[in-house]
Ligand binder design. Structure first.
Ligand code: ATP
Length: 157
């Protein structure tokens, strides 16, 4: 179907953390872990602002998906642009799996044998960050780079 006149046909995606710029690219679709749930953005989306949860973010260029883990921050959506100001984020391929496994194990041990001064909220957040990192890291080399319909449709074969 031909693009409607005046409507953008792609999105400029910018993902930054306080430390670095992780992504600047032209993409076709973005899925973001918002505090109120995941939301998807296609070109021409209504403008809005959202806060970010801890979770997996992906963007698609053609049939190729790219994954990141994010933890907190803000998203600004405009019809032709998505800006992610993440408190913490890593690209899938940059995630140190052994480190995330250690963090997960530490958190699980703290939850299983709580010391008196354990801050449960912090431990649970740490466990969630580590779990999301491991899930995102596992997607490297499995779906990224593949162009089949299952990947574009979001189903894990
Ligand atoms: P850890 O206990 O291993 O430091 P954490 O969840 O406490 O994990 P964060 O506070 O979320 O770590 O992140 C601190 C910094 O370290 C951030 O810049 C984050 O991107 C980076 N980071 C944390 N864990 C990993 C990981 N497994 N791989 C790559 N970068 C990581």
């Amino acid at each position: 179907m031909a693009a409607l006149e005046g409507l953008p046909t792609s999105l400029t995606l910018e993902i930054v953390t306080p430390e670095q710029s992780l992504v600047t690219d032209h993409v076709d679709e973005v899925q973001v872990p918002g505090s109120e749930g995941f939301f998807g953005v296609l070109p021409g989306h209504t403008p809005f602002l959202a806060t970010l949860a801890v979770g997996q973010l992906w963007y698609r260029k053609g049939g190729q998906r790219f994954y990141l883990s994010v933890a907190g921050g803000f998203a600004e959506v405009l019809p032709d642009r998505v800006t992610i100001l993440a408190s913490i984020a890593e690209r899938a391929e940059d995630i140190d799996v052994a480190r995330a496994q250690r963090a997960k194990q530490r958190a699980e041990e703290r939850l299983a044998r709580p010391a008196q001064d354990v801050d449960f909220g912090r431990v649970q957040e740490s466990l969630l960050r580590a779990t999301v990192r491991l899930q995102v890291a596992a997607l490297v080399g499995s779906h990224m780079g593949r162009t089949d319909a299952n990947v574009a449709g979001g189903r894990v074969p």
